[in-house]
Design a protein around this ligand. Structure first.
Ligand code: IFM
Length: 470
């Protein structure tokens, strides 16, 4: 049966500043927490850093031309905060803004719609030194920065995202410490989660007042599709705890203006949550135009059967849990196919997620702002790169999106993670998510088979068979 998507469906690719730009010391940019973290021995596999990444800063025109070749209608990118507002305070640096203005102009010249994310994990180091996301002031600094970017680019960009995956910023950054800034303090992680929520609300207010009418506001969450390994009350309770910490801690305040009561109860021994002030929830629940959802794989959990729970939650090894108040929950690998990240291939999870948020946020359009897979990709003797596993992964997940739309989900677009191979955070350059292969020696770009396959989809709106394009 042929699967055709709605005519206005947006087909895009996605990246993030620190993962692709490089040029970390150019144009007045100051270090972000990821510069500091990646230069700390032992934090990133192979000692890789984003110093050069894939050198997008200097190859912007080539990369936009690549996208145009793929026929995509949209490009989701993030702005490096410390490139446009070094140190995270005070006036903007024009050279930084000029880079993004040039990028946006190139995209528009090629008929590609820019979708701008303000924060994809690269907090200016000076703000971390002043306390980082656990401190309330960081939320206000974020709103000031949002206004700067809106005033500079609001005449050309009409789709805006405040935060990407605040769960990772809070719980991997301040809980398990596998992401920058590498702190391992459960209370700091909970404070960070609240201040990211507050920063989202304050930034949404600033964007709304600085942008022309008609600009669209959103946030990109990475909700966990959490499954209990059995229907026992203990395993169902483990599921509830992870759902509160992974999902409802962000979605409830942003969409409903409340925090889950069970979250307060589960974490009550750690904090009384007095860092949530009077009007905060009203600020956080700022009206949005669409909700971005990033999906890769589901999680399977159970109550712990001993005191040494498996830490196999797919987010990197650490002695410290990213789950404050739920650190005894065990994570399990379901049987079946996995990607190179060790994440299970389960398109049903994406269908479940889309229908869940259709019920949770009736009337709010949804956008899949990330989905994709890492595999071991190697160029053949003739230089071409064939990635049939990725094509099968994409076909399976896009079939699930098609099914979700048929079942009533208002999904407006899909952004493939990622346009090209890039710096995969604490895994370094070793994990390749790109539709375009990057040779890290020469930085040459080669579209993989999946790029040609995705181009056929973006051009026709109809899902091609999951076979290799000829
Ligand atoms: O590379 C990341 C991206 O930065 C955020 N979402 C998940 C991707 C794959 O791990």
């Amino acid at each position: 049966m042929s699967m055709t998507f709605p005519p206005a469906f947006l087909w895009g690719t996605a990246t993030a500043a620190y993962q692709i730009e490089g040029a970390v010391r150019e144009g007045g940019r100051t270090p972000s927490i990821w510069d500091t973290f990646s230069h700390t021995p032992g934090k990133v596999e192979g000692g890789d850093t984003g110093d050069t990444a894939v050198d997008h800063f200097h190859r912007r025109a080539e990369d936009v031309a690549l996208m145009a070749g793929l026929g995509v209608g949209a490009y989701r990118f993030s702005v490096s905060w410390s490139r446009v507002q070094p140190t995270g305070r005070g006036p903007a640096v024009q050279r930084g803004l000029d880079f993004y203005r040039g990028l946006v102009d190139d995209l528009l010249d090629h008929g590609i719609r820019p979708v701008l994310t303000l924060y994809h994990w690269d907090l200016p180091q000076e703000l971390e030194t002043a306390g980082g996301w656990p401190e309330r002031d960081t939320a206000h600094r974020f709103a000031d920065y949002a206004r700067i970017v809106a005033e500079a680019l609001g005449d050309r960009v009409d789709m805006w995202t405040t935060l990407n995956e605040p769960w990772c910023s809070a719980f991997l950054g301040y809980g398990s410490g596998v992401h920058a800034p590498g702190r391992t303090d459960p209370v700091a992680a909970l404070r960070a989660a609240h201040h990211l929520n507050l920063g989202h609300g304050l930034a949404a207010q600033a964007l709304r007042s600085a942008l022309p009418a008609g600009a669209q506001l959103s946030v990109s969450l990475n909700p966990s599709v959490v499954r209990a390994s059995s229907q026992s009350p203990a395993d169902l309770d483990a599921r509830r705890r992870i759902d509160a910490l992974a999902n409802r801690i962000f979605a409830d305040p942003m969409l409903k203006g409340t925090y889950p009561r069970d979250l307060f109860a589960d974490t009550g021994a750690l904090t009384d949550w007095s860092f949530v002030h009077g009007d905060d929830l009203a600020v956080i629940k700022h009206p949005l135009d669409w909700l971005g959802l990033n999906y890769y794989a589901p999680s399977v959990v159970s109550a712990s059967t001993d005191n040494r729970p498996e830490r196999n939650d797919g987010h990197g090894a650490s002695e410290h849990s990213p789950w404050p108040g739920a650190d005894s929950v065990s994570f399990h690998q379901p049987p079946g196919e996995r990607t190179e990240m060790g994440w299970s291939v389960d398109p049903t999870g994406l269908h479940n997620l889309l229908l869940h948020y259709t019920r949770e946020a009736p009337g709010l359009p949804l956008m899949i702002t990330e989905n994709g897979a890492a595999y071991v990709d190697k160029p053949a003797a003739d230089g071409s790169v064939h990635d049939p596993d990725r094509i099968r992964y994409l076909h399976g997940h896009l079939s699930a999106v098609h099914r979700a739309i048929a079942d009533g989900a208002d999904v407006r677009g899909y952004f493939l993670w990622s346009l090209m191979d890039n710096f995969e955070w604490s895994y370094g350059n070793g994990k390749r998510f790109g539709a375009v292969y990057v040779d890290y020696e020469t930085l040459a770009r080669t579209p993989k088979s999946s790029a040609h396959w995705y181009a056929a989809l973006a051009r026709s709106g109809t899902l091609p068979e999951p076979s290799l394009p000829q």
